[in-house]
Ligand binder design. Structure first.
Ligand code: TYD
Length: 211
């Protein structure tokens, strides 16, 4: 019995958070053991790196090195062991966010990201990289996301970026989705919460993880 790995992606304000919690409940309701986690973060060390990345000014490569360092610790101490135990791993963001934010948003060379990805996500026994089995991409126009974020809690370093930054992030997600259409499910996040949830459920049921 091996577990499965679902990542949740999208620009800030696209509305992934409520759906992650709801999917965790639905899976638990059908007998799955769920590990609910996030990136950057998910371990004590990675949470410290997250605090730095979200608050301190730094260049794009430094940012990428820190998120991948966090990812390494998270993979080794949380994600891989949970998958071995046969659990459902739900992760709020993963490597697609590095391609979207550091690659798209900051303009970092995608080859650098690909190299880090190969180092950090290598699975020695199979010669493959650890990738999610399913990525739920909450796709929303940056202008709409900005409206939703306005008036919410105090913005972190990324949330304070202008709409033009999020346009580049959104383009980064779109490119990544086009490269791996099997793994990605695009959810139209402009819809009502219930309509987004219905689309999400369809994708998860198609995988056979929920009836
Ligand atoms: P987010 O997931 O939006 O959490 P919250 O809901 O608490 O705001 O915040 C994480 C931020 O980190 C988000 O703005 C995207 C950014 N990020 C990167 O820039 N690169 C990465 O590789 C990851 C995982 C996240």
């Amino acid at each position: 019995m091996s577990g499965f790995f679902v990542s949740f992606e999208g620009i800030d304000g696209a509305g992934k958070s409520t759906h992650i919690a709801r999917l965790a409940d639905a899976l638990r309701g059908q007998g799955h053991v769920v590990t609910l986690t996030r990136e950057p973060g998910g371990t004590p060390l990675a949470e410290q790196l997250r605090a730095l990345v979200l608050a301190e000014k730094m260049d794009a490569l430094t940012e990428a090195l820190l998120v991948f360092a966090a990812r390494r610790d998270h993979l080794q101490t949380v994600i891989e062991p949970a998958l071995v135990r046969g659990e459902a791993v739900l992760c709020d963001r993963y490597t697609d966010a590095s391609y979207a934010y550091q690659g798209g948003g900051r303009g970092l060379d995608l080859e650098v990201l690909a190299a880090l990805e190969r180092w950090v996500q290598a699975m020695p026994e199979t010669n493959k990289l650890r990738q999610p089995d399913l990525t739920l991409w909450f796709d929303l126009a940056p202008e709409q996301a900005a409206e939703r974020l306005a008036g919410a809690r105090a913005p972190d370093k990324f949330e304070a970026e202008p709409v033009a930054f999020f346009r580049r992030v959104a383009d980064g997600y779109a490119r990544r989705a086009a490269q791996d259409p099997q793994r990605f499910t695009r959810l139209d996040a402009a819809q009502s919460r219930e309509a987004v949830w219905a689309e999400l459920l369809t994708a998860v049921r198609r995988k056979g993880w929920l009836t």
